[in-house]
Design a protein around this ligand. Sequence first.
Ligand SMILES: *[C@@H]1O[C@H](CO)[C@@H](O)[C@H](O)[C@H]1NC(C)=O
Ligand SMILES: *[C@@H]1O[C@H](CO)[C@@H](O)[C@H](O)[C@H]1NC(C)=O
Ligand SMILES: *[C@@H]1O[C@H](CO)[C@@H](O)[C@H](O)[C@H]1NC(C)=O
Ligand SMILES: *[C@@H]1O[C@H](CO)[C@@H](O)[C@H](O)[C@H]1NC(C)=O
Length: 361
Amino acid sequence: MDFLVGGLVVSVSLLSGVFGFQPEMDGLQYEQLTKPIQLTQELGASQGVNRKASNSWWSSSFVHASDDHDYLILAHAALPNPNTSSVLFRGSILDINDTTYYRQVSWIFNQSSGAAPVQEGPLKIDSKNYGFVSVDPARPLGAMRTWCVSESVEFNVTFALSTPVILNGGVGTFPFGNEETLEWSMPAGSTNGHLVRNGKSIDIDNARSLTWYDRQLMWPLAPMGGSAKASWTWFELHVEKRKMSVWIWDTFDHQRFQFATIRETPGIHQVVAVTGFTPSRREWTSPISKSTYPLDWDLSLADGTTLKISSVRDDQELCNPEGTLATYEGYVTVTGRRGKDPISGYGLVEIVPANMIKRQD
Ligand SMILES: *[C@@H]1O[C@H](CO)[C@@H](O)[C@H](O)[C@H]1NC(C)=O
Ligand SMILES: *[C@@H]1O[C@H](CO)[C@@H](O)[C@H](O)[C@H]1NC(C)=O
Ligand SMILES: *[C@@H]1O[C@H](CO)[C@@H](O)[C@H](O)[C@H]1NC(C)=O
Ligand SMILES: *[C@@H]1O[C@H](CO)[C@@H](O)[C@H](O)[C@H]1NC(C)=O
């Protein structure tokens, strides 16, 4: 008995040591670390709707809740083309301790199905059932809030941009197939709010929770041409002190591009080629979208880091009931080596499979 109790204590503290979700509270440090770099759009202005681009606001909250379970709460609002006023909203909740609990909802709204046109200016995607907003419209780099109220998924999450951003590609803008994209990520913001599990509201423990927020804009890159992207895999990884945003995409003319943007010290970006990317043969096929997703990956980077990444549950697919809009957004665990040292962590994989992208070029 003593032995068992002892064993349990050791394994629990080991686990929380590895997977504890630590928010970063040093502040955005915008004036010093980001403002001197000329961005495609100034950070604050980039928060609002950009009429000329495809717009995406996305958050993944890794939280510890008052029922003593860890959760991944995902929220995604997008305006694929602001001129057509259609709005995409998706959300999911995964219980990380008990991965049998997973719920998702994916909505596509347009004006005839009741979506209010989204206004230019401060971010305000705001309806009864879903939202993604700047809490104070006058402070676009202040707190943000996202909520979802549906039978299967219900949460209300508020997070602060409480740590310096990662400018993907080092300066935020990079070619992405035949488009140009601006992507910045705020990797470990302070998080509050609640979620509903089986009809019961549970609170988020601010001291053991964080949100990675990702703002992405995409413009057609007409003058430079290039082949459109045909599919992609993206990883958000929290590996000890390193925060990594890793892109791998294929184009319709069969080229593959792959690189990681790594932030270890706030304000210092390392852009590193991915030298190896091998999906496993462990796969899952969605009965709704018919998409097939790998569930493990071996990843190596030009700096010698090697990582083994695994999805903790087969079905972590956001998909509308018609199966026409599917994206895998799954909680993953990570082990690996950096030089001689073993490393470990957690994160998320996003996959947009080849059968979801129509050829446009
Ligand atoms: C939306 O319309 C404006 C004005 O006609 C145009 O400049 C812009 O490129 C359009 N946006 C997209 C994403 O097509
Ligand atoms: C859930 O996992 C977290 C992190 O490992 C741990 O701290 C917590 O005690 C676990 N909860 C239960 C009910 O086992
Ligand atoms: C608008 O939404 C409705 C209901 O989801 C759908 O039937 C219709 O095709 C959509 N219209 C456009 C222009 O996308
Ligand atoms: C979400 O929580 C905030 C802060 O408690 C509250 O002001 C807001 O009304 C809530 N939103 C919804 C949709 O419940």
